[in-house]
Design a binder for this molecule. Structure first.
Ligand code: PXP
Length: 247
């Protein structure tokens, strides 16, 4: 099982103080230093989301991490021509297409691949032709999984937000949805990842979902890092993940 560490919140903290401010010193905290700490803590890849409004990660962050960190880079981006242009210059190992605009979002929050199949097929083909493997960040429904396969994406990332935010019978329903979606994806030959709201306390429950190959985790690691430092927080999560056997 791979751990992708999402370091967006490091940029969020930096921008909260320094957005638009010209400084004679490097603004803190450093995204590059965060990526280095994640590497040392055992991250298998670094994830960052360059948003269209650049409110957190800046283009320069992405290029700097790409250049300096010897780990696969996973760029999360909206499915737009401007972001495609950035991705083609950056050459990330992976691109995860995520919803940013209201019309691209289904009620639960994943990308509506089924509803935008033609445009997404072209985008996936172009990214893949330039060497970036593409995943679709989707709600765990058979419709979205099948649509992801149909547009030519080799990977999906199942949105675990509802899974993470429910308890009891509702949570069990979400686990079952994830299991069905993962089985459907596996049967179609897709590589299956998961992300959003994953934390130490829900790993045991997520472990019931088959065919997962990568977990993308951000918030809880950065939150924990406030107290332990980032390298230790990544190590703690990696050790916890590896304490399970994943089918
Ligand atoms: N995967 C994707 C596609 C995301 O956009 C995010 C950030 O929301 C994550 C994973 C990580 O989620 P979290 O910060 O809740 O761990």
């Amino acid at each position: 099982m791979h751990l992708g560490v999402n370091i967006d919140h490091v940029a969020t903290l930096r921008q909260a103080r320094y957005a638009g401010v010209e400084l004679p010193i490097a603004p803190e905290p450093s995204v590059l230093e965060a990526a280095r700490a994640a590497l040392q803590g055992g991250a298998d890849s670094i994830t960052l989301h360059v948003r269209e409004d650049r409110r957190h990660m800046q283009d320069a962050d992405a290029f700097c991490v790409r250049r300096e960190i010897p780990l696969p880079l996973n760029l999360e981006m909206g499915a737009t021509p401007a972001m495609l242009e950035l991705a083609l210059r950056l050459h990330p190992d992976y691109v995860c297409l995520v919803p940013e605009r209201r019309q691209e979002v289904t009620t639960e929050g994943g990308l509506d691949v089924a509803g935008h199949a033609d445009a997404l097929r072209e985008l996936v083909a172009e990214l893949q032709a330039h060497g970036s493997r593409v995943s679709m960040f989707i709600d765990p429904t058979p419709e979205q999984v099948q649509a992801s396969a149909a547009v030519g994406a080799p990977m999906i990332e199942l949105h675990t937000g509802c899974f993470a935010n429910t308890t009891g019978a509702e949570h069990e329903q979400e686990v079952q949805r994830l299991i069905r979606a993962a089985e459907c994806a596996h049967a179609l030959g897709l590589e299956v990842h998961a992300g959003h709201g994953i934390r130490l306390s829900n790993l045991a429950s997520l472990n019931r979902v088959p065919h997962l190959q990568e977990l993308n985790i951000g918030h809880t690691i950065i939150a924990r890092a406030v107290f332990t430092g980032l390298q230790a927080a990544v190590r703690e999560m990696k050790d916890a993940i590896l304490s399970y056997s994943w089918s």
